[in-house]
Ligand binder design. Structure first.
Ligand SMILES: [Fe+2]
Ligand SMILES: [Fe+2]
Length: 483
């Protein structure tokens, strides 16, 4: 079967890349498959592997009707390899090869760089599944549990997507890298995942929502810039992944939004005048807004680190080589080569944060991070609308980019959420006001009681406005049959 918009389900691995005619890659993937299932069973969602979950599965790449909803046992999910349709006459849109025909094979000179990009992206996909594996047990509703598992199976599919590229285009090295993707483990002392944020714990559901809002959004930005790639199979792979990724950020934004909504409602009902009166609010069994701000501070700053150093010769090389572009590259009005262009970069100058013009080529990471921050800010404004509508006097805001950083320009200084550079002593004194403390974590954990009755929600979170796939409020999104 040639490449098509229809997905072939006759092979063990559903695909639209003509795997039946590509026995070498089909065999390699079939060999990789048992290790993947082992990984899923031992490091994927804990429990629930015999439950029937109302999941969407990608059955086409037609943007108007690509998904089908049905009850599925997670280990039987059809993890497929799906590439967005090939665009005739697509060309390389940026860098020194701008205007050449897009590459259908890996250019030899860029093989190592491309492999690295694919492996780094690929490593994040199973990592988040590992980070979230304990959450099913404390799900605040069947609706939320289903959303968690949907995100998990799709991250699994994204791993398949990257592994396909490795097997198809990188021979023996690719097969070795594919094995390593199953060998590394989030938070492991000896073989951790490649990027910091993907080795952090996701201890509770508020963390999960913040992670899917902030960290999956980093994923979106990375996929968007890889979707610009001159290497066409990578571009097409990432374009289809973005279709699924949108739901992950929806889960995050609405999850935080519903938590805020419930808190504000409880504050109003109890007639609490000061939303910063943490003790009074916590007595109501909801998460106070200052603690939500701290959680946002944490997840936002960890996610900023994923963009790497503000200036980077690697990023410049990826760009010049036509491998990784900018966010919405083709919509930007410039020469797409950046040979004489500059871009403002936030830097530490004489103990203060200042904007300094740097060559735009080396500032590619900074630019992507700026686009990310702007994207993050929109959702925060929507959260503030929820607070405002409830008549509660409080505003959430993104901390300064210098706050709590471990990579780049601000890695070696301490900064307040306002961006003031402060001493280590002041940081030590005040960090619990800005980041979740042990006590905050304990309180949140005390609320994480499972609520698995149809149509019911844990008392700390509001019900969603609409169901998944337009299902009614009491729909049974997960049928337990716990083994
Ligand atoms: Fe993903
Ligand atoms: Fe995701």
């Amino acid at each position: 079967m040639p490449e098509t918009s229809k997905v072939d389900y006759s092979t063990k691995i559903p695909n639209n890349v003509g795997l039946t005619d590509d026995q070498r890659v089909l065999k390699a993937l079939e060999q990789w498959h048992p290790g993947y299932i082992d990984w899923w069973m031992s490091r994927g969602p804990e429990g629930f592997q015999t439950s029937e979950v109302y999941l969407r599965t990608a059955v086409s790449i037609d943007p108007k009707g690509w998904a089908k909803f049905d009850y599925v046992k997670m280990p039987e999910y059809r993890w497929g390899i799906l590439l967005a349709p090939r665009q005739e006459d697509r060309s390389v849109n940026f860098g020194t090869h701008k205007g050449e025909k897009a590459w259908q094979e890996v250019p030899g000179e860029y093989r190592a760089m491309l492999r690295r990009l694919i492996v780094v992206q690929g490593d994040t996909e199973p990592a988040s599944v590992e980070q979230q594996r304990h959450l099913g047990k404390t799900a605040p509703s069947l609706y939320d549990m289903r959303n968690l598992f949907q995100v998990n199976v799709e991250e699994g599919r994204h791993l398949w997507a990257m592994v396909y590229l490795l097997h198809k285009y990188f021979g023996k090295d690719g097969r070795e890298e594919a094995e390593e993707l199953l060998a590394r483990q989030s938070g492991d002392a000896d073989k951790p995942r490649m990027l910091g944020a993907f080795n952090e714990a996701t201890p509770d559901w508020l963390s999960f929502f913040m992670f899917t809002y902030f960290t999956d959004r980093d994923g979106k930005m990375q996929l968007e810039s890889l979707a610009q790639s001159g290497f066409d199979p990578l571009s097409r792979t990432c374009r289809f992944m973005l279709t699924e990724e949108a739901h992950h950020m929806f889960v995050g934004e609405t999850g935080v939004g519903r938590t805020i909504e419930r808190t504000c409602q409880a504050i109003k009902e109890a007639g609490i005048g000061d939303p910063a009166d943490i003790a009074a609010v916590r007595k109501l069994g909801v998460i106070d807004l200052p603690t939500m701000q701290k959680k946002a501070n944490l997840h936002f700053s960890l996610s900023l680190d994923l963009f790497g150093s503000e200036t980077s010769t690697n990023a410049a090389n990826y760009y010049s080589s036509g491998l990784k572009g900018r966010f919405q590259e083709t919509r930007i009005e410039d020469d797409h080569q950046l040979t004489n262009a500059y871009y403002p970069v936030s830097k530490l100058v004489d103990g203060k944060v200042k904007m300094v013009d740097e060559p735009a080529l080396t500032a590619i990471n900074m630019r992507l991070r700026d686009d990310y921050v702007a994207d993050c800010a929109k959702g925060v404004e929507r959260w503030n609308k929820v607070i405002e509508k409830a008549g509660v006097n409080f505003r959430l805001k993104l901390p300064h980019v210098a706050f709590h950083r471990h990579i780049g320009e601000f890695a070696n200084v301490k900064a307040s959420p306002e961006g003031d550079i402060i001493s280590d002593a002041e940081w030590a004194r005040r960090k619990d006001q800005w980041l979740p403390s042990k006590a905050d974590g304990d309180f949140i954990e005390s609320l994480m009681q499972p609520c698995w009755e149809r149509g019911r929600f844990a008392p700390w979170i509001a019900a969603p406005k609409v169901g998944i796939d337009n299902k009614p409020g009491d729909f049974e999104y997960v049928k337990m049959h716990q083994a």
